[in-house]
Write a protein that binds this ligand. Structure first.
Ligand code: UD1
Ligand code: UDP
Length: 371
């Protein structure tokens, strides 16, 4: 039997990381075969990840513009995908998560009559402004998708509450754990300049969310400076997102501090190496919240709400918002008290077991009657 084509569409750094294991599973399937279209919503940060995972797109919409706004980005992706869908005529289209690429690609597939599978389905904060616009994007993808690959039972329950049929929901785990395990198994190295941190405790930081632009990002930066001044053995490393609304203010506020290292976005191997070495993580990233428990690194989440409630429930992450004093207080409590820090060390990762991609591709092959 000929292998049926599945078009995977992705556009940003985290989508590449989370869909790389799915693409690998599709490539190994006797029933399905992968076709890859990148929107190019991100350029450098996407290409960095495509290189790490050895992925070569079949189509590249190259939509990124400096300081892009959401409407134009959405329009460029929907319009750009129409001829790709017409040429490829895929049996199904897969998207991941809650980016503009995921939403716009699912919409384009709906227009073309192509069924959509949604990887990382069912995440909700319950607040449309948290994160913005991602909470709306994922709700819209739920409306557009036929198959919903929920990472956890909690995500599956959220989908059922919204009326999604139980027969359309597959609890697969999150393929970010598959990706992390594959990379960690290769003993990745940190960037050379950060290879020897001696006895310093590493505080690894990321922060890039739109709803934090302005005061939120300023609160984070001021908190990091205060922590570096208070704890002499602390080394803070912050790989800064390329969004000008992020790297402008972050470099202006923290660029001169001797124990705060700002880097360009790190490739996934280097980032995983640092995450494994980290004592504490402060982040507003979705993916980093899911990865840190694999290495038992406590996470302080600089958001008002998280859709990764599983990490809060497990006691391995804590919401701290973006207020300077709140971040300093929460981090100081962990840095000053080894018992408090030890109590936040994960014993298992609530987001997956490293087999998500196989479950997704097995299900899709069966759903498409391809086997
Ligand atoms: C996007 C996603 C967000 C995800 C994040 C991952 C949406 C609405 N947002 O946010 O959910 O968490 O990616 O990082 O889909 N830029 C570059 N080079 C790059 C990437 C970005 O220069 O490789 C700059 C460009 O000026 C671009 C800007 O960053 O216009 C914003 O990129 P965009 O994808 O719109 O937003 P993110 O904040 O990255
Ligand atoms: N990451 C990376 N290099 C970095 C920062 C993050 O490889 O310099 C990885 C991180 O391990 C995680 C993903 O990128 O898997 C998170 O991406 P991002 O924070 O951009 O998006 P989000 O997860 O918030 O959607």
């Amino acid at each position: 039997m000929t292998r049926r084509p599945v078009l995977v569409v992705l556009g940003t750094r985290p989508e590449a990381i989370k869909l790389a294991p799915v693409l690998a599973a599709l490539a190994g399937s006797p029933h399905l075969r992968p076709r890859l279209c990148v929107s190019g919503q991100h350029r450098e940060m996407l290409d960095q990840m495509l290189a790490v995972f050895g992925l070569t797109p079949d189509h590249d919409l190259a939509v990124m513009q400096p300081g892009q706004e959401l409407g134009g980005l959405t329009a460029r992706i929907v319009t750009g995908l129409a001829p790709v869908l017409a040429a490829e005529r895929p049996a199904a289209l897969l998207v991941q998560g809650d980016t503009t690429t995921a939403f716009a690609a699912a919409l384009a597939a709906f227009y073309a009559g192509v069924p959509v599978g949604h990887v990382e389905a069912g995440l909700r904060t319950g607040r449309l402004d948290q994160p913005f616009p991602e909470e709306m994007n994922r709700r819209l993808v739920t409306q557009l998708a036929r198959w919903h690959y929920a990472p956890t039972e909690r995500a599956a329950a959220a989908l059922r509450r919204e009326g999604v049929g139980a027969d359309r929901i597959i609890v697969s785990g999150n393929p970010v754990v598959d990706a992390l395990q594959a990379i960690a198994a290769g003993a990745p190295a940190p960037p050379p300049e950060l290879a020897d941190l001696g006895a310093a405790r590493l505080l690894l930081v990321t922060g890039h969310r739109r709803e934090s632009f302005g005061p939120g990002l300023a609160g984070l930066c001021d908190a990091l400076a205060a922590l570096a001044d208070r704890f002499a053995d602390l080394r803070i490393v912050y790989p800064v997102h390329l969004n000008p609304s992020v790297h402008g203010p972050v470099r202006a506020r923290l660029g001169a501090h001797p124990r705060i290292t700002l880097t360009a976005p790190l490739d996934y191997l280097a980032f995983v190496a640092l995450l494994r070495r980290a004592h504490l993580v402060i982040t507003d990233s979705g993916g980093v919240q899911e990865e840190a428990p694999s290495f038992a690194v406590p996470v302080l989440v600089t958001r008002a709400a998280t859709e990764r409630q599983e990490a809060l429930d497990a006691g391995v992450a804590r919401l701290v918002g973006t207020d300077r004093d709140a971040i300093v207080a929460a981090a100081s409590a962990l840095l000053a008290d080894p018992a408090a820090h030890a109590a936040m060390r994960a014993t298992a990762n609530p987001f997956g077991d490293g087999q998500a991609a196989a479950r997704i591709v097995d299900h899709l092959a069966a759903a498409l009657n391809a086997r």
